[in-house]
Design a protein around this ligand. Structure first.
Ligand code: ADP
Length: 151
């Protein structure tokens, strides 16, 4: 049985923090699907198409990493792609509280799915897509937080 993980998030945009978590998880899974969750009522900075191409360009040299989009429950998407693992990054105790609740709720709904956490490297632990968007909106240079494909 292939070990398939999904890495769900908005990736609006993908940052060096996300890239670090995915790169370190590559050896743990046969396949990692970066799952861009979207909500048609929510406005994003980058379109789904832009986010897909940013992610594809970033991981072009890692064949076991791919990208898909989904709307609705993450556990339903897991079922659809046959993934038993949800990969998440852990930056802080703030992430911990939030992630713990989601992981417990997901397990309550489907106990075959395990959430796997990787702790963010110190140098990436303050990066968030929200702050990167704020920098960009205000005309700042966010390059240092973003993978090459977004430079
Ligand atoms: P959302 O807030 O919509 O879940 P994100 O795309 O920000 O979306 O997060 C997806 C996952 O990436 C989460 O597990 C989050 O903790 C993780 N993540 C985000 N930024 C970083 C970072 N700088 N370092 C490590 N993990 C991160």
């Amino acid at each position: 049985m292939k070990r398939i993980a999904i890495f769900p998030g908005s990736f609006d945009p993908i940052t060096k923090g996300h890239v670090d978590i995915i790169s370190r998880a590559v050896s743990l899974f046969d396949e990692i699907i970066i799952a861009i969750g979207y909500n048609s009522a929510k406005k994003s900075m980058f379109t789904l198409e832009e986010r897909i191409s940013q992610i594809e360009a970033t991981f072009s040299d890692l064949p076991s990493v791919s990208v898909q989009t989904y709307e609705g429950l993450t556990i339903e998407f897991c079922k659809k792609v046959n993934a038993k693992y949800i990969l998440r990054g852990m930056r802080s105790e703030h992430d911990f509280e939030f992630e713990r609740s989601i992981a417990l709720m997901n397990t309550a709904m489907n106990n075959e799915i395990e959430t796997i956490f990787l702790v963010s490297k110190a140098e990436y632990s303050t990066i968030s897509s929200t702050i990167v968007r704020d920098i960009m909106r205000n005309g700042g240079d966010a390059k240092q937080f973003l993978p090459e494909a977004l430079h």
